[in-house]
Design a protein around this ligand. Structure first.
Ligand code: ADP
Ligand code: MG
Length: 498
């Protein structure tokens, strides 16, 4: 029989007014990598805190290394080798790497004086356990998030971890850092240590986990070996809804000229001889590898990047786009990739963030802003895009990522755009919001907008676009019909381009 390190059975945990966990069971074997998945508020962090002895459940049983507990004291959890790495990492930012690593052993040893040589030895042996090199004399506060995380993991190992629990460890990491974290998790497995990690980034979940447990509204709704799950299935269990099963079906709307026609469009360094038409009601996806020229193409259609030659027609009439103003006046709107750095004024209200794009249209001849009109425009879009907020006047920073993204959308839709170009429209938003944004884009297209989605998210493109372009080195190299294209085909095309 395989060794069960922790068995948690039938846990119930409530907070005033909320049942955070109902009848949840989970177990972890030696050297197992298990993902705990679930939408925000589904109970993941609460479950972790029950396993690590921070919360006392009202019901249930916890068995660790054969010993049974109704509830666990944090010290008992640590004694059994349960180490939690919280999102804040709980390090001392003003101490050095060495000091952070050695502190616990020192405190545990009851010594009066700390010998610098011992501190360094403890610390460097800790880091070498996971094959990482970080300068021991660096002040922890000056490290990258990824390096801080490595220090926290090394510290966990110093405390004889048998189970390392990580609560959303990849949220602030770059792809490269995620890859090296995954190597370390595999390394831990080699050492016989189990990892329980929380994430809602599904691609990562599938890549690294062996087992998965999915929570929804405080209940366990699915569990099993990761081979039995794919992205849509995980999403289904997380949200309780069938997501994206249905593709976007474009119905041609009469005999009108294309909403957007791009002809022989070139920009020296970035893209070359690009040609396409998009009709109102269409959702066109553009994908490609890094450096394919997609973003530059979009930016130049929005007047931010220059182009050297070629024509752009809107509703059959040639337009000249050399500035954002030209683009907006021609009916083109662009939602940037990084809403936080390029899109939103976080400290400003939802209202201000929305009408900033149409200030000139809200002014009367004397230059006074028509605030009544501004307010009603804003309220209209809050309503139309179902932005979840008590008021239009609260700062955008207090909204969730998905709702912030909708404010950016509102801003550009308020310009009465005919053509909406979105770059990575759902990067970094949770799965529920992602689906709502997709539904909204479909609604907008059905209402007559022409939509362009630039994305690396192949399922997103395949499900929502009736036509798909693959760009490579500045050219459109493939044109596919959405309804006839399987995700794998696009993946294969991209692989060949590498
Ligand atoms: P997750 O980590 O999956 O996002 P949590 O475990 O943090 O979810 O939360 C589960 C539910 O319990 C949520 O409804 C949350 O609001 C509630 N909750 C969590 N911690 C507390 C707390 N300390 N006090 C009150 N409610 C809480
Ligand atoms: Mg949480």
């Amino acid at each position: 029989m395989e060794e069960e390190l922790v068995v948690v059975e039938n846990i119930e945990k409530s907070f005033p007014g909320v049942r955070a966990l109902s009848d949840v069971s989970i177990s972890l074997k030696k050297a197992e990598i298990r993902c705990l998945a679930g939408e925000n508020g589904s109970g993941k962090s609460t479950l972790i805190k029950v396993i690590s002895g921070i919360y006392k459940p009202e019901k249930g049983l916890i068995t660790i290394e054969g010993e049974q507990y109704k509830s666990l004291h944090p010290i008992e959890a640590i004694r059994h080798g349960i180490q939690v790495i919280y999102q804040d990492l709980s390090l001392f930012p003003n101490l050095t790497v060495a000091e952070n690593l050695a502190l616990n052993s020192y405190l545990g040893n009851n010594k009066k004086f700390l010998k610098w040589k011992d501190v360094k030895e403890i610390a460097s042996s800790a880091l070498s356990k996971i094959n990482v090199e970080i300068d021991l004399n660096r002040i922890v506060g000056s490290l990258t998030v990824a390096d801080k995380q490595l220090v926290a993991i090394s510290r966990a190992l110093l405390n004889n971890a048998k189970i390392v629990i990580m609560d959303e460890p990849t949220t602030a990491l770059t792809q490269k850092e995620v890859d090296s974290l995954f190597k370390i998790i595999l390394n831990l497995k080699e050492m016989g240590i189990s990892t329980l990690f929380v994430s809602h980034k599904l691609r990562e979940v599938i890549e690294i986990s062996e087992e998965i447990t999915i929570l929804r509204n405080g209940r366990k709704v699915a569990e099993g070996s990761i081979d039995q799950f794919d992205e849509p299935k995980i999403v289904y269990h997380m949200t309780g809804r069938e997501v994206g099963a249905e593709r976007y079906n474009y119905v041609p709307q009469g005999d009108k000229p294309p909403a957007l026609s791009v002809q022989n469009y070139s920009s020296n360094a970035h893209f070359e001889d690009v040609n396409f038409d998009i009709h109102s009601g269409e959702i066109v996806g553009i994908t490609g590898l890094l450096g394919s020229g997609r973003t530059e193409l979009a930016l130049s259609l929005f007047g931010i990047h220059q182009h050297d030659s070629g024509n752009v027609l809107v509703d059959g009439k040639e337009v000249s786009i050399n500035s954002i103003n030209d683009a907006v006046n021609s009916g083109i709107a662009y939602v940037p990739e990084d809403r936080l750095s390029e899109g939103l004024f976080l400290q400003q209200s939802i209202a201000r963030n929305t009408y900033v794009s149409i200030l000139d249209r809200l002014q009367n001849k004397l230059g006074f802003v028509d605030f009544l009109k501004a307010d009603s425009t804003v309220e209209n879009w809050i309503d139309n895009l179902s932005i979840a907020t008590p008021s239009k006047d609260i700062p955008v920073s207090s909204l969730s990522g998905g709702n912030q993204q909708r404010v950016v959308l509102a801003r550009w839709l308020a310009t009465a755009a005919k053509i909406l170009i979105l770059n990575g429209p759902t990067v970094g938003v949770d799965i529920g919001s992602k689906e709502e944004i997709h539904n909204k884009l479909r609604d907008l297209a059905r209402d007559g907008l022409a939509v362009v989605i630039i994305s690396d998210d192949i399922p997103e493109i395949v499900q929502n676009c009736n036509r798909i372009f693959v760009m490579h080195k500045g050219k459109i190299v493939e044109r596919l019909v959405g309804s006839r294209t399987h995700e794998n085909e696009i993946v294969a095309i991209l692989k060949k381009l590498k």
